[in-house]
Design a protein around this ligand. Structure first.
Ligand code: F6R
Length: 264
């Protein structure tokens, strides 16, 4: 796992956006894994800017989102499909039929989960998967106790997650308690992972993910198993890491090595 610690959330978004831009520049028909929530919004803004400045095109890319509320159609303002339209899709040149989000209004949601797995496989698998981190250590909507090899399925949200996401819903609005989410096994199948976490509220989950044992109590700890995972943190999110100086040292050594190799 590569751990990058940056000054603030703006720097985290810029770093993450660069990795997406590089991915698309190297492989125009990349399959991108996307996330919702507050954390990726600034990264999406950077991608939109890069597209407007003709640094990048999404015309040949495909995307698969991590999750969707069960019971909400894509036209619902609280759905993750709607969120993605607003925050990214309507501003870039990705073909609408190439943007995949689990179908929260499917007549048979169990079949929809299986179909999502088939669609990811048919697209050739995910090249770069973006992840946020729940305060309880969830990735996607894989809540604590999620199977570490789980596939796309219906999950019951914890009270903590419902509470954390209540800020997006009006007081009298229906807030779903179930979601369709890629499984942890699905996420680990992506060829590379990019997890962003910012703010002091994430510091405990970050510590458990990086320094805790591999266990379903912290689903994000599963990324310890991945061969190509980059975790980008701001100072506040990194503040509880016991070995923070070592992680900074590794980054400096990595950068120095790359510079030495580049100058040869
Ligand atoms: C969203 C998702 C969630 C969020 C996590 C963090 O698609 O999969 O795991 O990434 O809840 O949310 P924010 O970024 O709002 O703190």
């Amino acid at each position: 796992m590569q751990i990058v610690i940056l000054a603030d959330a703006t720097a985290v978004a810029a770093y993450g956006a660069k990795l997406f831009i590089r991915q698309l520049q190297q492989k125009a028909d990349s399959v991108l894994g996307l996330a919702t929530g507050s954390t990726p919004v600034a990264l999406y803004q950077q991608l939109i800017l890069a597209y407007q400045q003709a640094q990048v095109s999404f015309a040949r890319a495909k995307s698969f989102n991590l999750d969707e509320y069960l019971g909400l159609a894509g036209s619902h303002v609280q759905s993750y499909r709607y969120f993605m339209q607003q925050q990214l899709f309507q501003h870039i040149d990705m073909l609408p039929e190439h943007t995949f989000v689990p179908d929260g209004s499917a007549a048979d949601p169990f079949a929809a989960c299986q179909q999502y797995e088939q669609q990811i496989a048919a697209a050739g698998g995910i090249d770069l998967q973006l992840l946020g981190l729940g305060r309880n250590g969830h990735i996607g909507f894989n809540e604590p106790s999620s199977g570490l090899r789980s596939r796309t399925r219906i999950k019951t949200l914890t009270a903590a997650t419902i509470n954390d996401n209540a800020r997006f819903f009006a007081a009298d609005e229906y807030q779903p308690h179930l979601a369709i989410t890629m499984g942890i096994g699905t996420i680990l199948d992506a060829r590379s992972l990019l997890l962003l976490a910012t703010g002091a509220a994430k510091a405990d989950a970050v510590k458990a993910m990086i320094e805790g044992p591999l266990c379903s109590a912290c689903p994000a700890s599963a990324i310890q198993l991945h061969q190509q995972a980059v975790v980008v943190l701001d100072e506040a999110a990194a503040s509880k890491l016991a070995d923070i100086e070592f992680y900074r040292h590794i980054e400096r050594e990595n950068l120095a090595l790359l510079q030495r190799l580049a100058s040869k």
